[in-house]
Write a protein that binds this ligand. Sequence first.
Ligand SMILES: [Zn+2]
Length: 236
Amino acid sequence: MGLPDAADLAALPLAADRIHPLGTWDGRYYQAAWLDEALLPGPDFAYHGLRALFGTLDDSFLGLAGRGAQLVEWARTHRYCGVCATALQLLDGERCYKCPNCGHSAYPRISPAMMVLIRKGEQVLLAMHTNSPYKRYTALAGFLEAGESIEEAIHREVEEEVGLKVHNLQYFASQSWPFPHSLMIAFTADYLDGEIRVQPEEIADARWFGPDDEWPELPVKVSVAARLIDAHRPKR
Ligand SMILES: [Zn+2]
């Protein structure tokens, strides 16, 4: 896939403060920029949503693209001070927008979210989220609330979404998830108590899947969800 180069970028009516350095990948220097839709360059270019690139591009390049998407989204949404509404200024040598009037600072925002695969004997619990863009079964997931630890978030979300109690939380892995700026932190947990009772606003269906059950369609391969489920899939 060809990407626009520095000359393409220079041809756009793009203020310098909208261009953000990303670093080098495979010997080439990359920058990310955000621009208004009306200024998008013409028919020589095609546009792809980041989500559609998952599974089609090299994982490390996708990491770079995700980083670029998060940085420009941060820049696009931090143009004015949230305290006094003055135009913010990007600091030299630091990814920080600072208010010249009141000193308020805005760094790229990262929102932690938990993911948990619940195990019960040879079975694991998979759920279909009501608002998921893909109708696929996956592990439970949810954003942390202010003041919560990741463990507290897991216990709360599991109880809210499927009415169960769990214990033996074990960290599995984490993954940057740039939609728009999450960090997905994945765990396993063991079932402790309760019957499945879904919260319909969040969960369309939740079931135990064992080694003899027909396995549902799973999340895209590059996601930490797929790795989490693959690593704990019950086998005969
Ligand atoms: Zn201010």
